[in-house]
Design a protein around this ligand. Sequence first.
Ligand SMILES: [Cu+2]
Length: 182
Amino acid sequence: MIKNAIKIIAKCSILAGATAAFGHVVLDQPVALGGTSYRATLRVGHGCEGSPTHTVRVTLPNGFRGAKPMPHPGWTVAIRKEKLARPYTSHGREVTEDVVEVTWTAQSREHWLADAHYDEFVVRGSLPEAATAMWFKVLQTCEKGTLDWSEIPASGTSAKGLKAPAALLEVLPSAPAGHDAH
Ligand SMILES: [Cu+2]
């Protein structure tokens, strides 16, 4: 059962790797098992047409619960919470609002991310049990201009043809197909 899941992960990783452009904003681990804690590592591959990046804002997908961003040296991190349409229970407590957005902002010019460099921004959260596609929308603000990684295909998960796709996470079912969850 676990073997099958690993096989699927390997297959998806190859596919994701092949379609993800080197630049762009992508997730370091584009596939994960449902019902697990997931460390979303967003890789920012370049600036805005050569201009350095000073702000990275991530809109978290629905169902990504209990998000906690990792602080980034030299950058301020801020979170925005929203009331949940459907509260859930975590550690025996009802959760009625949750983190929906994380923003990292460089504290000074020396911490700006140069176009010639790349960097990673991390936020951890819990994944839903069921298989799904989760899109992390990222707004990258530079000294000159912005890049809005927010495009999502009308159907399916192929970002082919999209100029500025959101970062995709494919969530695999937590229980292998064909077996009853118990
Ligand atoms: Cu790119």
